[in-house]
Design a protein around this ligand. Sequence first.
Ligand code: DC
Length: 221
Amino acid sequence: MISVAIDGPAGAGKSTLSRRAAKALGFIYVDTGALYRTVGLKFVRCGVDTELNCDIEAILSDTQVDIRFVDGEQRVFLDGEDVSDKIRTPQISMMASAVSAKPAVRKFLLEMQRKLARENNVLMDGRDIGTVVLPDATVKIFLTASAEARARRRYKELVEKGEKVTFQEVYDDMVQRDYNDSHRSAAPLKQADDAVLADTTDCDLEQSLELILKIVKEGIN
Ligand code: DC
């Protein structure tokens, strides 16, 4: 099986690019951020805030997260309910960042991710795919862009979905999440030694896609 690991900070265009690159390659696209978001939603539903003053293990033991592919599109399920759309809010973004710092949560989601890569050709994106989840991935890419460029893209995305946010809020959230994701002790966001760096600050979507596909094709051959 072939596995492509794409890691990088929030808003680097990972999910859009990964989805399109996977399609071009004929691989399944696994968005691992959606799994952390699903766990984040569970904690919100349990009345917990980002301080996570709760019995994490007890909540996890009563949580079922599933991933299914419908017409090649990933859907995530929380306790049997399709929550793929409900997890795309700023509140869930912050909650996902909080729960993802907890080793128990990372452990809870690890085997599911590895199993997908054992059984399929995958393009998997996240924060620790090349470093922890799939250390033997065929190709590893670290995808990034400046914080300003990433906040601009995320802001546009949220406004198009009708979310009421300001650019400053999105930028501040982005910087806060970058900090959380790269400073936590459990699987922090960092470039794997053998990952290829792809900086898309000055690239549009098509240029970024071309860059990714070039790196993947060079890595597979
Ligand atoms: O990529 P995203 O914004 O959907 O990710 C949501 C949060 O989940 C993000 O703050 C970091 C975390 N995450 C992680 O810790 N490890 C992953 N493999 C994917 C996401």
